[in-house]
Design a protein. Structure first.
Length: 120
């Protein structure tokens, strides 16, 4: 059964999605969650990803902790989720160039580097 909030929004959770969400995560795991869109243009179809990311940040209690990372040309926030840590990424580029911000953030972590918000 889907939570009432999802039903009101016209969404539901499939059994496959439930299995993915409930499977155990290794300790210390980090997940990069990017909200794609056009900064400064809320309410457009191209900014839905940023709106969803903003809602996720509010629900996780980190909506006020965005920090600018110049290397990625994005705003970042860290949020704990169970035994994992989410790195929320809000690119500061236009929609067609959001992939560069996501790639730089992913490459920084893969190379053993850390995001600027690690220092917070």
């Amino acid at each position: 059964m889907s939570p009432p909030g999802l039903l009101r929004a016209g969404l539901w959770r499939s059994p496959a999605m439930s299995r993915c969400v409930l499977e155990p995560r290794p300790p210390g795991k980090r997940w990069l969650v990017a909200g794609l869109g056009n900064p400064g243009l809320p309410g457009t179809r191209h900014s839905v990803g940023m709106a969803v990311l903003g809602q996720l940040a509010r629900r996780l209690g980190v909506a006020e902790s965005w920090a600018r990372d110049r290397r990625c040309a994005a705003d970042l926030a860290l949020a704990p989720l169970g035994d994992a840590q989410l790195v929320l990424l809000r690119p500061r580029r236009l929609m067609n160039a959001n992939g560069r911000s996501v790639a730089r953030a992913g490459n920084a972590e893969a190379a053993g580097g850390h995001w600027a918000t690690d220092e917070l």
